[in-house]
Design a protein around this ligand. Structure first.
Ligand code: GAL
Length: 416
C-alpha cells in the first residue's frame, strides 16, 4: 500500500497537480456511520489510514440516511470550513461538484485505473464533467428483508417470494401475537420501504418512470395507489412504538426475536454481524418479495472537498486506500455492502454478501439495476424530500392511498 501511495504522490508532483506532499497530516471526515455495525466498518478505514501515518479527525453526525449530516455539511461549507472528506450519496455528490466545491481526483484515478474497475452505475455519480470527484466505498441496496430464523421456524413460515405470501406471513405472525415488522418511523426509513414496495408493485419500468423520469402518469397511477395501499398493510403490522425509532434499534428487535422482519438496506446486516449472528442460522436475508431480479442501489462515496488548492496528499491517500481491493473486501464484509469494484473476490463474504455481489452483477447485466429513490440515487435532494414528505404523511395516516398518489404528483411537480 505504501508503495502505491508513494507512486501516486510522485505522479501528482510530476503531473504538476500538487506540491502538497509534505509530512502526512490529518483527514477530517464527516459521516453518519454511528451505529454499532457502521462504526465497526468505519474502524477498518481509520486503521488503514493510521497504518499510513494519517490521523483521523472524526466528525460523526448521527441520523440514518444522512439528512442531518448534509445539513451540517451545508453550514460548514457556508462558514468557509469544509471538512476534508464527506460521506455522500448520489445526486448530492453531483450537486456539490456542480458548485465547484470538490477536489479533482483524476490523477489518483488514472494512476490506479478506476475507470476500468468501478461499475458504470457508480461512475455516473463519482464523476462530474469528466473529473473524478469522489471515491466510491461500497454498493448497498434497499430491497432486502431481514428475518429472525427461529421466529419464522416457530410459526411455520417459509421465505415469502410474492406479495401475497408476504401478506399471509404477516397475518400468521400477527395472529400468533408476534410483531411482524420492526420499523423505525422516520421519513427516510418509510421511503426505504417504499422503494421496495414500489418496485414489487409496479416492476422496473414503473419504478423508473415514477422515480427517475418523474412521469406524472406513473406518479398518479392506479399502480401507485396500490403501492400506497400496500404501505397501509406494512403500517398495520408494526408495533405501536415505531414512531421516531432509529433503524438499528429496529434491527435489534429482529436480532432479539422481538419482531420477525425488517425491510431495510443491507447496512442492517452489519448489525447482525456486529451482534455475532450468522446468516442462514440466526437470520435470513432475502430480496423483498416480488423483486428477486431487481436491485435498487445506493453507493456510499467519500467526496473530497477542495481545500483551496490541489488535492492534498492526505486526500489522495484516503481515496487510494478506499479503492484498494483489500480494503474493499475487508470493509464491505463488515458493513454489509458489496464492493465498489467489479474485480474483488467474494471469497471473504458470508452468504448474504455473496448474494449481494451476485445480484448486483446480474442486475447490471440484465438492465435491472436502478438508483434508490430513498437514498438519493434516483432524483436530486429536492425531489427526494418532496417524495419523503408524502410517503411519511401517508404512513402516519394523513392521507388515504388514493389521496397520497395525487399528493405525490403535486409535490414532485412543485419540487421540479
Ligand atoms: C444509508 C447509507 C448506509 C447506511 C444507512 C443508515 O444512506 O448509504 O451506508 O449508513 O444510510 O445509516
Amino acid at each position: 500500500m505504501r508503495k502505491t501511495i508513494l507512486k501516486i504522490s510522485t505522479a501528482l508532483v510530476i503531473g504538476g497537480m500538487s506540491a502538497n506532499v509534505a509530512a502526512a497530516g490529518d483527514v477530517e471526515v464527516l459521516h453518519w456511520w454511528t451505529s454499532g455495525g457502521e462504526a465497526s466498518a468505519l474502524n477498518v478505514l481509520k486503521q488503514d489510514l493510521e497504518g499510513q501515518g494519517i490521523g483521523w479527525n472524526d466528525m460523526p453526525v448521527a441520523g440514518g440516511g444522512g439528512e442531518s449530516a448534509m445539513t451540517v455539511l451545508r453550514a460548514r461549507v457556508t462558514a468557509g470550513n469544509a471538512p476534508t472528506a464527506v460521506q455522500m450519496l448520489g445526486f448530492d455528490i453531483l450537486d456539490w461538484a456542480g458548485e465547484g466545491a470538490l477536489a479533482d481526483l483524476n490523477a489518483v484515478a488514472e494512476a490506479e485505473g478506476w475507470d476500468a474497475v468501478v461499475p458504470e452505475a457508480l461512475q455516473a455519480f463519482a464523476k462530474h464533467d469528466g473529473k473524478w470527484v469522489s471515491a466510491p466505498v461500497n454498493v448497498h441496496s434497499t430491497n432486502w428483508v431481514w428475518a429472525n430464523k427461529s421466529v419464522l421456524d416457530a410459526n411455520g413460515i417459509a421465505v415469502p417470494t410474492t406479495w401475497e405470501e408476504f401478506e399471509a406471513a404477516l397475518a400468521t405472525l400477527s395472529a400468533a401475537g408476534v410483531t411482524p415488522i420492526a420499523h423505525g418511523g422516520q421519513a427516510w426509513q418509510e421511503a426505504t420501504v417504499f422503494d421496495a414496495i414500489a418496485m414489487s408493485t409496479g416492476g422496473p419500468d414503473f419504478y423508473k418512470s415514477a422515480f427517475v423520469d418523474l412521469d406524472e402518469g406513473a406518479l398518479g397511477s392506479d399502480t401507485m395507489v396500490e403501492a400506497f395501499r400496500r404501505m397501509d398493510v406494512i403500517r398495520a403490522n408494526v408495533d405501536e412504538n415505531f414512531s421516531g425509532r432509529d433503524w438499528n434499534l429496529a434491527t435489534a428487535m429482529v436480532i432479539n426475536g422481538d419482531a420477525a422482519f425488517q425491510l431495510m438496506g443491507d447496512w442492517a446486516k452489519g448489525e447482525f454481524i456486529n451482534a455475532g449472528k450468522v446468516p442462514g442460522e440466526d437470520f435470513l436475508c432475502f430480496r423483498f418479495p416480488g423483486t428477486a431480479d431487481q436491485v435498487t442501489f445506493n453507493a456510499d462515496q467519500f467526496a473530497l472537498f477542495d481545500q483551496g488548492g490541489d488535492v492534498s496528499s492526505e486526500q489522495a491517500s484516503l481515496a487510494s486506500a478506499i479503492l484498494s481491493p483489500s480494503f474493499q473486501s475487508a470493509f464491505n464484509v463488515v458493513k454489509g455492502s458489496a464492493p465498489a469494484r467489479t474485480d474483488v473476490s467474494d471469497e471473504a463474504f458470508d452468504a448474504c454478501g455473496k448474494k449481494a455481489i451476485a445480484d448486483l452483477a446480474a442486475a447490471a447485466h440484465t438492465g435491472n439495476l436502478f438508483g434508490s429513490m430513498a437514498h438519493g440515487h434516483a432524483a436530486p435532494a429536492g425531489i427526494k424530500n418532496a417524495i419523503y414528505d408524502v410517503v411519511t404523511a401517508h404512513f402516519n395516516g394523513e392521507f388515504d392511498a388514493g389521496t397520497a398518489a395525487e399528493e405525490l404528483v403535486d409535490a414532485v411537480s412543485i419540487a421540479k
